[in-house]
Design a protein around this ligand. Sequence first.
Ligand code: PLP
Length: 263
Amino acid sequence: MDKFRVPTVLSIAGFDGSGGAGIQADTKTISALGGYATNVLTALPVQNTQGVRTIYDIPTSAVADQIKAIFDDIYPDAIKIGMVHSVELVECIHQHLRDYHGPIVFDPVMVSTSGHQLIQDNTVAACKELLFPLATVITPNMDELGVLVGKEITHVADMESAGKTLLSLKCKSVLAKGGHLQESILTNLLIQPNNHIERYQTPRIDTENTHGSGCSLSSAIATYLAIGHHLEQSVEQAIHYIYKAIAEAKDLKIGQGNGPLNH
Ligand code: PLP
C-alpha cells in the first residue's frame, strides 16, 4: 500500500501540564485539524487552570538540540512559535530558523490570563529584532500590542495603527486580536502591507473557559498554512475553529479556574 503524508507542524512553545495552553494546546489543535504535531519545549511553567506558580528554564542547548532532532527527521511544513522568555532563547531560535523557508506563526506571549509574566523584560526587544522578521504573521493580543508599540490600546482603531507601526519594523503581517476589548462582538484585524486590512468578527461567548485560546489560534493558523491555504483563508478558518472550540467548552468543568477549550 502507498504511504501517505500529513502536513507537519512544529510547535516551539512552553509546557502546560494542566492541558489547556502551550504545547498541549498546540498538539490538540494541530491534530484536530488533520496535521501531525511535533514539539520543541522552550520552558516549563508549573501551572494549572488557576494560574502559573513558577517557571523552570529549559537550557538553551536543549532547545537547540530539540530543533535539530526534529529538522533532521520530520521537516515541518509550518512552524508555530509561542513562549520564548529569554534573550538567549530568542537568539537560539533565530539561529536555527533563519534558513527555514516555510511559514512561521509567532505568538508573542507575554502575560497569562491569570496575570503571570511569561517573558523577561529585556526579551521583547530581542523578539522584535530577531523573530519578527522571520514570521509570516505575528499574533499579539491588545495588551501585547500595547507593549510592542509603547502605547495603550483601547479601541479597534488603536489596534490598526499599532499593527501598521509593527509592519514598519520588518513584520510581514500582524493579526491584532481584540478579544480583551470588552465588547459583545470580538474584532481581530489582519494588517498587511499596502494598507491591506481584513476584519474578522465573532460574537463574544460568555465563559471563563478560554485558557490557551491564543496558543490554539496561532497553532490553528500554522496548521492551515501547512495544509497549503493562503494567510487570509488560514486566519479566517482558524478564528472559526477557536470560536467553535470555545463554544463547545462553555459548559465544560475542568479544574477550578479558567478551563481549557474543547478541541
Ligand atoms: N502557558 C503557556 C505555556 C503559554 O504559552 C500561555 C500563553 O500563551 C499561557 C500559559 C497562558 O495562557 P492563557 O493566557 O490563555 O491562560
